[in-house]
Ligand binder design. Sequence first.
Ligand code: SF4
Ligand code: SF4
Length: 444
Amino acid sequence: MQTNFTSDQLLDPAVAQSEKILRKCVHCGFCTATCPTYLTLGDELDSPRGRIYLIKDMLENGRDADARTVKHIDRCLSCLACTTTCPSGVDYMHLVDHARAHIERTWRRPLLDRFYRALLAAVLPHPARFRLALTGARLARPFAGLLSRMPAAAPLSAMLALAPARLPKASGAAGPGAHKVIGGRRGRVAILSGCAQPVLDPAINEATVELLNRLGVEVVAPAGEGCCGALVHHMGREAQALDAARRNVDVWTREIDNGGLDAIIITTSGCGTTVKDYGHMLALDPAYAQKAARVSALAKDVTEYLSTLDLPRSETGAGIRLAYHSACSMQHGQRIKDQPKRLLASAGFTVVDIPERHLCCGSAGTYNILQSEIAGRLRERKLANIARVKPDVIAAGNIGCITQIGSGAGVPIVHTAQILNWAYGGRKPPALAGLTATRPIAAE
Ligand code: SF4
Ligand code: SF4
């Protein structure tokens, strides 16, 4: 794509980077075929190519964001299906990141929109506040029907619908400190505790720590680490996201320098995509560039790391039909496609792919709250596709997807690490209590 940025504009490193990305786009439109919002809404401006034109126009003309551009960029899930499809290697992720930050700086959103976004940015990254909000949501459930009839309250209504009916007790089992192995140690890793996941389902990291310990890997959860910054990053709140990144980089760097780390284990793929991008996000910060690149190089999804440990064959899953849901941040953001399925197949499960597996379930960070109508349509499409393969259980590696899909799937959806922990000597996830083999083992 031809661009016409001035040499002055290109002095801004963010603009220079976006110009390079824009130049790679050849307008072929292949990306439209796999874009969930284009498939749902049918508007070219809700396709990657349309959004690329809007971003180019906004940045090249050096103008503030306008209502039309904001509307179509806000509707983007940042699912990155377009980057997987694009034959020209267009780095849409960093382009839309730049656009969102530009919008945040130059566009004054309507009052209610500002309120909801400020609320989400102030609550979600902080586990104690998030827990309190979920408790409040339970009390507000009787008003859900009323709120759903008020368009201005759509985000509140979506929050109530997503809030779990029962909140697991806070647990320190995978909390700050070193979780040591008994016997010989084959590795030492840090685990990201994160923000929303330990509130919604602390059993995920507990199962991960148990499994890694049993495999001879010491796991440390360093005090001071917290939200990776992804939630606010995707809202264009650049400064807040970079603060979160710097804090985590400092904590992990201390751990690397003191005890040494083989990996930084992440059990939420949305966070994994962001931590792997810290090196890029902080590349222009001389005090952090090197440290952040080191942290990003060590970041691994739990299934990526487990794949290096040569797990033996297990028969725990024999006769159980398991549909693997690959989160967008897993398959498109981190390009992790086969490892989770191989691990689950090695644990004896009959692993089946979900039709249209490249399409987002609509979760996408805060998307299912801020764009609840589109998110709901994507969820229904995902649930229909899951129903087609008639699974006994669904596995996924992202708490957002687990929450989004979970309430309507009709079968349990459990984190991959919990299933693998069970398969290799750990506790059976409570959600699978009634699960028994329904079929003889069959390769698919
Ligand atoms: S597939 Fe790639 S090159 Fe083609 S229009 Fe989409 S982003 Fe541009
Ligand atoms: S990130 Fe997803 S929703 Fe956004 S343009 Fe790309 S494919 Fe479409």
